[in-house]
Design a protein around this ligand. Structure first.
Ligand code: G6P
Length: 608
């Protein structure tokens, strides 16, 4: 979603700001802009579309200065066009604001400001901030920002410039991430570390209700009563290579191919094979607290919700703990049953998804212990949860989540091992799980080595208009995830269903044009799935089958077969999802689509 980057220091700001915006492209956006305070008032350039459009504009009509803010906008209020792009300015062009989030009472504030004589140019909620700060300005930008924010309801990560208090950036956060980057005699503000990684690794994460005041001589963090807050400095460990394509055509393909390493990183140091146990240092729960848990609620969105469905099967089948999986957006507005013996497992790649964060806060408020399965170190969920398991999958840039999913499932397996071994799981069973987990990286590699076979299937079906993905047991969430991947990047309508449930509706869609992907490894329900394959075949559907060994019973029933190595039932999702990621990827590429930045989607959804 929207991205912010800002710079104050001795250097020429524009190239760094444009570079920073490019690093934020992956988050999804539809317009971009930049504003500079350079001693001659404020200069702004904005463009609809890609950063390259803004870059072209800035090259043709340069914008000079060394104090600037820039933004990528993902439209919420008002169409994506130049006028609605940020920075938004006030009537007198003395205040420029970039904003992530939503000002919920913007309509009332706009009316109030119009009555006071302010003239609005855009349809955005953000513009009210520029006018509010203009109205409150009395010489010191941070004071005006504090006064303005006191009137605002909603969420924001903002960065503000003023030509009347030049050489300064003021930034503030409530519900939308923001960090300050520390350089040598120069300071940055960004909504995502990727934007400034090339410049510095030392960062200060702002919390809700905090603001940063940045000049080239230093920075201060204040609360919204202007009191100084002392903050620790964190170091970002990601390398630049990790946020570059490294020879792959797309980030998504790179991330699919990274999975042998990323899953290894998730498991590293955490599996105690001999004891069939897992060591998870960040849980912050004693053995007694872990034993007392009598209910698990998993809450998440999108792909993370799919891994949560697998987590539900793990905890109920292996740890024998009741488990519910909830869309975070639903959970937060229900009246869920949560007690102090409930463990709320919050799954999020970004650690910033607004609904997931709100659901976690709600669970906490109701007395549950919260445990974050998060990839982005230092993200809001990771900082606010009671305990956590970092995924260690490295930055995920492709909008369609791939490596985070397999790491989430692996982290859920590690958690289950811990909970189950403290209860009823035998050491023998625990060892079986741990040994099977250790084999996963090489098994994923062997699937990737045959990626070209999936590419051939993609060529055959790239023009299909509908797809059905079917699986049972552990493979039902994989069917949902396979269908989601295809929808997200190829724009082909796809549905995931429990294979037997297909008879109650989707079977009506099946004809000779309809590709049906069965995820049918040799697990406990394989024979049942075979009957469902027969039902599709009998209606002329084209069957693509992901399975795990040669099986005479499938002869003549399937049109295309993709083989994954054998593992224990619970770990098949980590293998069977790989060909589905590849299938979606190759189909989208063959349709000529922008795989890494699909239309309308955002990597990190920071609004409700
Ligand atoms: C967005 C992304 C999805 C992701 C979902 C949840 O919709 O496009 O890929 O699964 O958000 O994100 P999270 O960062 O919380 O896992």
């Amino acid at each position: 979603m929207c991205g912010i980057v800002g710079y104050v220091g001795p250097r020429v700001a524009t190239p760094m700001l444009i570079e920073g915006l490019k690093r934020l492209e992956y988050r999804g956006y539809d317009s971009a802009g930049i504003a500079m305070s350079n001693g001659h008032g404020l200069e702004t350039r904005k463009a609809k579309g890609k950063i390259s459009m803004l870059e072209g504009l800035v090259n043709g009509n340069p914008i000079h200065g060394s104090v600037g803010i820039a933004h990528t906008r993902w439209a919420t209020h008002g169409k994506p066009n130049e006028c609605n792009a940020h920075p938004q300015v006030d009537c007198t062009n003395t205040i420029a604001v970039v904003h992530n989030g939503i000002i919920e009472n913007f309509s009332a504030l706009r009316k109030m400001l119009q009555m006071q004589g302010h003239t609005f140019k855009s349809e955005t909620d953000t513009e009210v901030l520029a006018h509010l700060i203009e109205a409150a300005f009395d010489g010191k930008l941070e004071d005006a920002v504090i006064d303005a924010l006191a009137l605002v309801e909603g969420t924001y990560g903002i960065a503000v410039l003023s030509s009347k208090d030049p050489d300064k950036i003021v930034c503030a956060r409530k519900g939308s991430p923001l960090l300050i980057g520390l350089g040598e005699g120069e300071y940055f503000v960004a909504s995502d570390a990727a934007a400034i990684l090339q410049q510095t690794r030392q960062v200060v994460y702002l919390d809700d209700g905090e603001m940063g005041v940045l000049t080239k001589d230093g920075y201060e963090v204040l609360d919204l009563d202007a009191r100084r807050v002392s903050k620790g400095v964190s170091r970002i460990d990601w390398s630049l290579d990790e946020i570059e394509k490294g020879g792959f055509d797309h980030f998504m393909l790179k991330e699919i191919f990274e999975q042998p390493q990323t899953i290894q990183n998730t498991m590293r140091g955490r599996l105690v094979v001999e004891e069939g146990f897992s060591k998870l240092g960040g849980l912050n729960l004693t053995k007694d607290e872990l034993k007392a848990i009598d209910q698990i609620v998993i809450t998440a969105c999108g792909t993370s919700w799919h891994s949560g469905l697998i987590g539900e099967l793990y905890t109920e089948e292996l740890a024998r703990i009741r488990c519910e999986v909830e869309y975070a957006s639903e959970f937060r507005y229900r009246n869920p049953i949560v007690t102090d013996t409930t463990l709320c497992v919050v799954i999020s790649q970004s650690g910033e998804t607004a609904d997931t964060l709100a659901a976690m806060r709600e669970a906490k408020r109701r007395g549950a212990k919260t445990l974050g399965l998060v990839n982005v170190v230092g993200s809001t969920i990771a900082r606010e949860d009671d305990g956590g398991i970092y995924l260690h999958a490295g930055p995920e840039i492709g909008v369609a989540s791939t490596k985070a999913f397999t790491s989430q499932v692996a982290a859920l397996a590690l958690l289950t091992l811990k909970l189950a071994r403290l209860r009823n799981m035998s050491v023998v069973k625990g060892r079986e799980v741990a040994e099977a987990m250790l084999a996963l990286p090489a098994q994923i590699q062997s699937i990737l080595d045959h990626a070209s076979e999936v590419e051939e299937i993609a060529e055959r079906f790239k023009d299909a208009t509908n797809f059905l993905y079917l699986g049972r047991g552990y493979q039902f969430p994989v069917a949902l995830e396979g269908a989601l991947k295809l929808k997200e990047i190829s724009y082909i309508h796809a549905e995931g269903y429990p294979a037997a449930e297909m008879k109650h509706g989707p079977i009506a869609l099946i004809d000779s044009e309809m590709p049906v992907v069965f995820i049918a490894p040799h697990d406990a329900v394989f024979d049942k799935v075979v009957s469902n394959i027969q039902e599709v075949k009998a209606r002329g559907g084209k069957v693509i089958c992901i399975t795990s060994q040669e099986e005479p019973v499938l002869e003549g029933m399937i049109d295309h077969e993709i083989r994954v190595p054998q593992t224990i039932d619970m770990l098949y999702p980590i293998l069977t999802v790989i060909p589905l990621q590849l299938l979606a990827y190759y189909i989208a590429v063959k349709r000529g689509l922008n795989v890494d930045q699909p239309r309308n989607l955002a990597k990190s959804v920071t609004v409700e």
